[in-house]
Structures are given as structure tokens and as C-alpha cells.
Design a protein. Structure first.
Length: 448
């Protein structure tokens, strides 16, 4: 059964039960209250009639004559009344004078001058055709007609409520199923390969929230697909150059263009090693991004981490006329020591390549709070152009130097550094001012 039909049936069922229950309660309550009202009216009539009989008795001194004045004969449709004296004898009856007074009639005492002179008998419930002057529309007829009309009105209201519930059910079902239809169409589009398909549901309700979540998911898939395609293109581009050089050198040596000297073989070997490093970098980056990188997380003293990498890079810094300063702090961080050293070496290598002679590079550490430690590598080099800064952690992205030329390298170093730090539950940030230098800061969990 379709969702729209189930929703319509649900609305109609709920409306039927609710209105039917309300109609039943109102009908029973109305009938009960009206019967009480009618009983009170009959009691009032009996008391009023008894008072009239008592007044007529005081004028005539005879109970029969008093009844004759109050209830003149001549109409078989008169009010059913019987007057009985203190001895229990029937004195007057509007029906058959010889008939016996029914036992279920209500009894009202007749009192004159403080003494009871007889009893007035009247029925508890009026029968049809017993109110003089009303013809066929007796009081009992009117009472029953009122009850019937009340029930009829409730049934009509129930029918109208069902029609309204049906119409509202159809409208509300359409309002619910229409967005679901758009969401379904968008989902099928994505499943068929159209990653640009969107539900574009607007609003603040739950369906709009689901639609927005789906659109975000589709946008993420589309972005990931674009990254995947760009990655394959970038990998092909990066591999093409060393493979072409290696192939060209080998062909040239086979054709006799190049001599098979150690120098030519070394050049070819250097290109092969560079190609191997590129493949290893791509492998490490892929493993880190999917959470499959082999890590050994343990407490690493901050001072040791800084001194280890600085010692390895200090000779290169001095040879290029740079000052390398280390400002360690106490404490330790939770990290894979070899991967952290690899990241720091990459950051220091970038700083060495982009800082002119006479500049300085500083590597320092500290703590944000009791749970987070930081390590910072800053330089006084050429800085990073504002247009390049948002992209420096992208795969294969190479910015431009001061002359506008592409920088050296594969464009994977910073992408790998960030992936490694994220794999260790940290983050890597960068700040830079052109011609003044750059600062890279690593945040990692602090060791207890």
C-alpha cells in the first residue's frame, strides 16, 4: 500500500474515532441532561397544578368541584391527571373516571390551610398526545423530537468531519509524499551516477533536514569524485616526467646517443629513486587518509623530538647561511615518534628552501592546556602568497615563488604532513605574511 494512501486512511481513522467518541459522549450527556430537565419541568408542573387545586378547593370547599374548575372535561387529549382524596378514592381523572391510577405516577400532596386534603397523581414521563392545546405536537413529542434532532445533528457533524478529514488527509499526505518523491528522485540520480542531483528541499521540518543532509552527502560525494579524478590526473602528470626521462636516457644509451657511463647511469638512477619516493609518498598519503597507516602512538618528549630533527638539519642550515634555533619546552605528546620526525623534517626542509641566506628558522614547543601540546616551525623567509595559502595542504599543489615560478617538489609534502598529524589525532595549521615568513603549528594530544 502506498504511503499516501496509508496516511489518508490514518487521518480518516483518527478523525472517525475522535469525532465518533465525542459524538457518543455528547449524545449520551445531552440525552441524560435533557431528561433531567424534562423531569424538573414535570415536577414544577405538578407543584404548580397542586397549588391551583388547593386554591380552587379553598374557594369551593369541595375537591371534586376544584378539580372540575382546574381540569374541565371535554378533551380526550387533556393532561393526564388524577385527584385522590385522603381515603384513597379517585375523585377526578382526565381519562377514564373508573380507571385505576397507575402505581408509577408521581404523587404530589394537596394542602389547604396547612392540612393535606388529598393527592395529585401525574405520570413520571409524558405520553404522546396528552397536552391540551398542543394537538399532535405534544410535549412528549417535542421532547423526543429534540433528542432525535440532537442525535441527527451529531451524525451530520460526524459525516462532515469525515469529509474534512478525508480532504485534509489527501492534502497533508501530498505535502509529505511530494518531498519524499523529490528526495527519491535525487537518490536515484546519485545511484545512477549523476552526482549533481539534489533534492533542494526547503523548510525547517524533519523532511527538509533529511533533504539538506542528503544534498550535503551528494555534494561531498561530488567533491570526492572530483578529487579522485584530479588525483589520477596529477599522479599521471607527476609520473610522466621521471618515466619519460628514464625511458629517454635508456633509449639514448641503446641508440648510442649517450655513452653508457657511470654519470649517465647515475642520472637515470636518480630519476628512478625520485620516482620511487613519489610512489612511496602517494602510498603513505593514501594509507593515512583512509586510517590504515601503521602507527605506534606513545609518549614522546617534546624536547627530544625537537632536538632530534634540529640536529639532523643544522648542518644544512649552516651551509646555506641560516640560523636554526630550538626552544623546547618540558612535557610530552602522544604521537608516533618516527612519523612526527618525518613531519618536522618536511616542515624544516620547506623553511630551508624558502628562507634566503641570513635568515633564521625557529622550532619551538609548548602547551595550550593540560590536554593539548603544540610544536611550531617558523621562518623569516619569503612567505606564502595569499592566493596559495588556502591550498598548500592540497595534493600535488605547488605554489609560486617571488618570481612567479612554480616551486620545486612534488606538491605532496604538506599534504602528507597534514595527513600524518590528523592520523595522530592532531591538526596542522599555517600562517604566513609575504616577505616576512611563515609559521606552521602542530597540535597534538598531550601525554599524561
Amino acid at each position: 500500500m502506498r504511503l499516501s494512501l496509508r496516511l489518508v486512511l490514518a487521518f480518516v481513522t483518527v478523525a472517525t474515532v475522535a469525532v465518533g467518541t465525542a459524538a457518543l459522549i455528547i449524545g449520551l450527556n445531552t440525552t441524560s441532561r435533557f431528561e433531567k430537565f424534562a423531569s424538573d419541568v414535570r415536577h414544577h408542573d405538578a407543584v404548580h397544578t397542586a397549588e391551583r387545586l388547593s386554591a380552587a378547593y379553598e374557594r369551593t370547599g369541595d375537591l371534586r368541584q376544584a378539580a372540575h374548575q382546574v381540569f374541565p372535561r371535554g378533551s380526550s387529549r387533556g393532561l393526564p391527571v388524577a385527584v385522590v382524596d385522603l381515603a384513597g378514592n379517585l375523585v377526578w381523572s382526565t381519562d377514564d373516571p373508573e380507571s385505576r391510577v397507575p402505581d408509577d405516577w408521581q404523587v404530589t400532596p394537596l394542602v389547604s390551610a396547612g392540612k393535606q386534603i388529598g393527592q395529585l397523581h401525574m405520570p413520571q414521563a409524558l405520553e404522546k398526545g396528552h397536552v391540551a392545546g398542543h394537538g399532535a405536537d405534544s410535549r412528549a413529542d417535542l421532547e423526543q423530537a429534540f433528542v432525535n434532532e440532537t442525535i441527527r445533528s451529531l451524525l451530520i457533524g460526524l459525516g462532515i468531519a469525515l469529509v474534512v478529514a478525508l480532504v485534509m488527509g489527501v492534502l497533508l499526505a501530498a505535502g509529505i509524499t511530494r518531498p519524499l518523491g523529490r528526495l527519491t528522485a535525487a537518490a536515484r540520480g546519485v545511484a545512477a551516477g549523476d552526482l549533481g542531483a539534489r533534492s533542494r528541499l526547503a523548510g525547517r521540518d524533519e523532511l527538509a533536514t533529511v533533504g539538506a543532509a542528503f544534498d550535503d552527502m551528494a555534494a561531498s560525494l561530488q567533491a570526492q569524485e572530483a578529487v579522485r579524478r584530479n588525483l589520477f590526473a596529477d599522479i599521471a602528470h607527476e609520473l610522466r616526467t621521471p618515466v619519460t626521462v628514464i625511458e629517454g636516457n635508456l633509449v639514448a644509451m641503446l641508440d648510442g646517443v649517450y655513452s653508457r657511463s657511470d654519470e649517465t647511469l647515475q642520472l637515470t638512477l636518480d630519476r628512478a629513486e625520485g620516482l620511487h619516493r613519489l610512489v612511496e609518498d602517494i602510498r603513505d598519503l593514501s594509507l593515512a587518509e583512509v586510517g590504515k597507516l601503521d602507527l605506534s602512538i606513545e609518549p614522546v618528549p617534546l624536547a627530544r623530538a625537537l632536538e632530534t630533527v634540529a640536529s639532523a638539519m643544522r648542518g644544512q642550515a649552516l651551509s646555506t647561511g641560516l640560523t636554526l634555533e630550538v626552544e623546547p619546552s618540558p612535557g610530552a605528546t602522544m604521537a608516533d615518534e618516527s612519523r612526527l620526525a618525518q613531519v618536522l623534517a618536511n616542515l624544516l626542509d620547506n623553511a630551508l628552501r624558502h628562507t634566503p641566506p641570513g635568515g633564521s628558522i625557529t622550532i619551538r614547543s609548548g602547551a595550550v592546556d593540560a590536554t593539548t601540546a603544540w610544536i611550531e616551525v617558523s621562518d623569516t623567509g619569503e612567505g606564502i602568497a595569499p592566493r596559495d595559502l588556502p591550498h598548500i595542504f592540497d595534493r600535488f599543489y605547488r605554489g609560486t615563488d617571488a618570481s612567479g615560478r612554480k616551486t620545486r617538489g612534488s606538491g605532496l609534502g604538506l599534504a602528507i604532513a597534514r595527513a600524518f598529524i590528523m592520523a595522530m589525532n592532531g591538526r596542522l595549521t599555517a600562517e604566513s605574511t609575504p616577505s616576512q615568513g611563515s609559521t606552521f603549528r602542530i597540535y597534538l594530544p598531550a601525554a599524561d
